[in-house]
Write a protein that binds this ligand. Structure first.
Ligand SMILES: NC(=O)c1ccc[n+]([C@@H]2O[C@H](COP(=O)([O-])OP(=O)(O)OC[C@H]3O[C@@H](n4cnc5c(N)ncnc54)[C@H](O)[C@@H]3O)[C@@H](O)[C@H]2O)c1
Length: 241
């Protein structure tokens, strides 16, 4: 049985990614930052597929938490074959009003968290001579977005990171790709004003917002054997936005 670790999987896109990987037969470790109840719900959803699933509380921006998390996954399920760096936050605001704290927080969780978890996963993947790393970036990291300079910088950073790590570890049988969602209906976007949502909708040729399933399906494909010749890529899942 292969093992997948999905960060930020207590809800939203991460939860559905975890469920899809369980449906594909992976034992799934889910990392959550605060809401234990929601994390336990995710592992119950995964267990319905007859796989093992555990939840681990960890802040992906904290090196000690990440080291402890990987040690726990190894003890309980085995070494990680598929890592999905999904944990992410926004702290939006125009640049002139963006505090240094809000800039650092977003970079720390989104970008440094991806670095810490990838570094921790790669060592065992090199030994196994196989592995899949899938980083959730954003269309905002490709195009930029007013009011999201910190978030866009973190997501653009993930793209550069993905392409570099793909070049470093391709010869070890490890693929590293990014998925760039557009506007996906989750708690992250629910709070936006209706006028903002309507404006986004006008920019989507397929005429609907994305669902967590749209992203999870792409992640499951990248994790599968069918994607074994794809690395260093950014797959945009945006409805054409
Ligand atoms: N919703 C969208 O439209 C959209 C678009 C593009 C990209 N994304 C990206 O997709 C990913 C998932 O977003 P979502 O919409 O499901 O949001 P969400 O807020 O529902 O989920 C984010 C998850 O990350 C977790 N998290 C936050 N900080 C953490 C930390 N320090 N350590 C561990 N976990 C932490 C949260 O607890 C939560 O479970 C994020 O990386 C986000 O940037 C979302």
């Amino acid at each position: 049985m292969s093992v997948a670790l999905v960060t930020g999987a207590s809800r939203g896109i991460g939860r559905v990614i975890a469920e899809n990987l369980a449906a594909a037969g992976y034992d799934v470790a889910i990392c959550y930052s605060g809401n234990e109840e929601a994390a336990l719900e995710t592992i119950e959803l995964c267990k319905k597929y007859g796989v093992q699933s555990i939840a681990i509380k960890a802040d992906v921006s904290n090196a000690d938490d990440v080291a402890e998390m990987f040690a726990q996954v190894k003890t309980s399920l085995g070494t990680v074959d598929v890592l999905v760096n999904n944990a992410g936050i926004t702290k939006d605001g125009l640049l002139i009003r963006m505090s240094e704290e809000d800039f650092d927080k977003v970079i720390d969780i989104n970008l440094k968290g991806t670095y810490l978890c990838t570094k921790a996963a790669v060592k065992d993947m090199m030994r196994a001579k196989k592995g899949r790393i899938i980083n959730i970036t954003s269309i905002v990291g490709v195009q930029g977005n007013a009011g999201q300079a910190n978030y866009a910088a973190s997501k653009a950073g993930i793209i550069g990171f993905t392409k570099s790590v793909a070049r470093e570890y391709g010869s070890k049988g490890i693929t590293v790709n990014a998925v760039a969602p557009g506007f996906i209906q989750t708690a992250m976007t629910d709070g936006l004003p209706d006028a903002v949502k309507e404006n986004y909708l006008k920019q989507i040729p397929l005429g609907r917002f994305g669902t967590p399933e749209d992203i999870a399906n792409t992640v499951a494909f990248l994790a599968s054997e069918k994607a074994s010749y794809i690395t260093g890529q950014v797959i945009e899942v945006t409805g054409g936005m």
